[in-house]
Write a protein that binds this ligand. Structure first.
Ligand SMILES: Cc1ncc(COP(=O)(O)O)c(C=O)c1O
Length: 359
């Protein structure tokens, strides 16, 4: 028997040990990217993770929402930038399961994708607190939210809890099954955007548990430091991956070697600010696949993937696509069975907006 975990075995271990609220209808597809280089180039289509709202957050929420329901909470408090995809996904899927959401927001450049996320937060009835700076947002999350919603579950930005990370260990096993089925060769390199880090940490842990030597390459899109603290660095990612590994070792998994590469070069001038390479990557992706990228995460990540591709044309490369591609109009106004009080906005920004839509 192999020293490492087979994908099916890994999935079984997770199912025995962690409650999961199934949201994905199945494995997300793999699409081959055709170019002139000799190695294969694949896209993992997490944009299609759910027909209502896709992207990487849906995977995390399978474990996060199961945990919240098990705890019996009725509200989740989280935070993020104005365009937080994590906030949107938590609000939408939380609401479909009867959970209310409070999202505390800090400023970021207001692109179209950001405006759409804000509108979705409002539309799906999140309680929104606009706090401007990141510092005020963190204070509000740490202190104010405990006073105003003492019973709520607090969830860190990006859903990067242990549950969020294990969701991407699961995602790596899902890919492992697809490789076993012959849908693609085992990737030499897997490229993904890194914000709050659970996605890359979980994928790296999952690949290592299967004994793969795949280099999981994180393209940093968030600030490396926040004040005195490391925020998004190779060290913070390793810390998260090590924490996930510890769970697996305590469950009896074999020792494994994490293979993480780090790429700082696509970040540009700041979080949410577009880069010329990202803009080019966006156009190429849309023209080949008809699928959008966003300037904050996926344009930079795909620009990184193209760069690694050019540098190592013989490798089998997989770009993990993490942004929902469900059109904005299709996400709005979904009929839902709500047992949640009406939208409450803690800001002048949306006063007079579509507030009571789902009340
Ligand atoms: C579209 C998209 N891709 C990638 C990421 C990064 O994932 P993580 O926060 O797990 O690093 C995010 C996080 O918000 C995201 O919204």
């Amino acid at each position: 028997m192999s020293r490492f975990l087979r994908p099916q075995q890994g999935l079984g271990w997770l199912d025995q040990r962690m409650p999961r609220q199934v949201l994905l209808s199945g494995p997300t597809p793999l699409t081959r990217w055709v170019d002139a280089s000799p190695g294969e180039f694949w896209i993992k289509r997490d944009d299609l993770s759910h027909p209502l709202y896709g992207g990487n957050k849906v995977r995390k929420l399978e474990y996060i929402l199961a945990h919240a329901l098990n705890k019996g909470v009725q509200r989740i408090v989280t935070f993020g930038g104005l365009g937080t995809h994590h906030g949107v996904a938590t609000t939408i899927f939380g609401r479909t399961l009867g959970l209310a959401t409070t999202v505390i927001l800090f400023d970021q450049p207001r692109t179209q994708v950001v405006e759409e996320s804000l509108a979705l937060l409002q539309n799906w009835g999140a309680e929104l607190w606009f706090r401007g700076s990141l510092t005020r947002t963190l204070l509000s999350y740490a202190l104010e939210s405990r006073l105003r919603h003492p019973q709520a579950m607090r969830l860190f930005a990006g859903g990067s809890s242990i549950e969020g990370g294990q969701a991407f260990v699961r995602a790596a096993f899902e890919l492992g099954l697809q490789v076993e089925q012959g849908l693609m060769s085992r990737p030499d390199r897997l490229v993904v955007a890194v914000g709050s880090s659970a996605t890359v940490a979980g994928l790296a842990t999952g690949c290592a548990l299967m004994g793969w030597s795949t280099r999981v390459t994180g393209i940093r899109v968030a600030p490396a430091r926040l004040g005195f603290f490391d925020a998004c660095t190779l060290a913070t990612v390793r810390k998260q991956a090590n924490a996930l590994s510890q769970y697996w070792l305590s469950w009896g998994a074999p020792r494994h070697q994490l293979c993480i590469d780090w790429d700082d070069d696509e970040f540009g001038l700041g979080y949410g600010l577009s880069t010329p390479q990202g803009t080019d990557a966006e156009q190429l992706f849309r023209s080949q696949l008809g699928v959008p990228l966003d300037p904050t995460y996926t344009a930079k990540a795909f620009a990184g993937a193209l760069k690694w591709r050019a540098q190592r044309p013989d490798e089998t490369l997989l770009y993990w696509h993490s942004l929902s591609s469900v059109p904005f109009e299709q996400i709005l106004y979904q009929p839902i069975s709500a047992r949640i009080p009406s939208l409450s906005l803690d800001s002048t920004l949306f006063r007079g907006g579509q507030g009571g839509k789902f009340s």
